[in-house]
Design a protein around this ligand. Structure first.
Ligand code: 13P
Length: 264
């Protein structure tokens, strides 16, 4: 199924491991001040590194222009896990979203689908919305395995959730070959995969939940290509890396989300 009536979009900035504290403060403040001038339908969230989360949750509370998100959490509840941050700690800080299973974490920190499923459980138990990433490598796409790869990632990380739990999750399709490379999936490639993902959700959770599920696109999304990508019927917004580090670019992408919402 495709969604066919207007639904507001969701744009999330993933700052990854970037910015000094002063730069983070300046960026979060400028985004808040700029968005204060708009009456947005689009929902916006910012995912800074952990040490800047309180800054972002404070600004989020103050301006109500965006929500705060984390980039990762532990699969454990609490205890002797040096260096880890629990889902409960995020919830206590007023964090609304948490990215799970980004390809950088799968690659550099060897996070398996099994561990990611546990992280998603901890987040849903604590009412933090998991933003679950999936996506194929260039080799997998070239060999025609991209649908199979994405289906396996979603089945093994997310589809064990009950309907109630699943309703409070977000999916982000991030083809690995498009992340930080300047090479974007074409709007057709993005739509084809998003539609496929929505059909998997429909099969598992039914039509209404499939329609309501946010499926974001991530991978070199920028102010130039955002309108075309967000105009696709099954693209509900974006998970933005590099372009979320510049206030002007990020706000332009949010405006693209606004424009395409009224168009759809
Ligand atoms: P870029 O927008 O820098 O390609 O990064 C996308 C991403 O990984 C967002 O999580």
């Amino acid at each position: 199924m495709s969604k066919n009536t207007a639904k507001s979009k969701l744009v999330i900035g993933n700052w990854k491991m970037n910015l000094s504290f002063d730069e983070a403060e300046e960026l979060a403040t400028s985004i808040q001040e700029t968005l204060a001038d708009f009456n947005l339908q689009t929902e916006v969230a910012i995912c800074p590194p952990f040490p800047y989360l309180e800054l972002v949750t404070d600004l989020a509370d103050e301006g109500e222009a965006y929500s705060a998100g984390a980039q990762n959490c532990s699969q454990f509840n609490n205890g002797a896990y040096t260096g880890e941050v629990s889902a409960k700690m995020l919830a206590d800080m007023g964090v609304d979203f948490c990215i799970v299973g980004h390809s950088e974490r799968r690659k550099y920190f060897k996070e398996s689908n099994e561990v990611l499923a546990e992280k998603i459980d901890r987040l849903t138990e604590n009412q933090v919305i998991p933003v679950v990433c999936c996506g194929e490598t260039l080799e997998e796409r070239k060999s025609g395995k991209h649908f199979e790869v994405v289906e396996k990632q979603l089945t093994e990380t997310l589809f064990h959730l009950s309907k109630n739990e699943f309703e409070h999750t977000v999916i982000a399709y991030e083809p690995i070959w498009a992340i930080g490379t300047g090479e974007t999936a074409t709007p057709e490639q993005a739509e084809e995969m998003h539609k496929f993902i929505r059909s998997l959700v429909e099969k598992k959770y039914g039509t209404e939940i499939a329609y309501n599920t946010y499926i974001l696109y991530g991978g070199s999304c920028n102010p130039k290509n955002a309108v075309e990508l967000f105009s696709q019927p099954d693209v509900d917004g974006g998970l933005i890396g590099g372009a979320s580090l510049k206030c002007g670019d990020f706000v332009d992408i949010i405006e693209a989300a606004e424009t395409t919402t009224s168009e759809n």
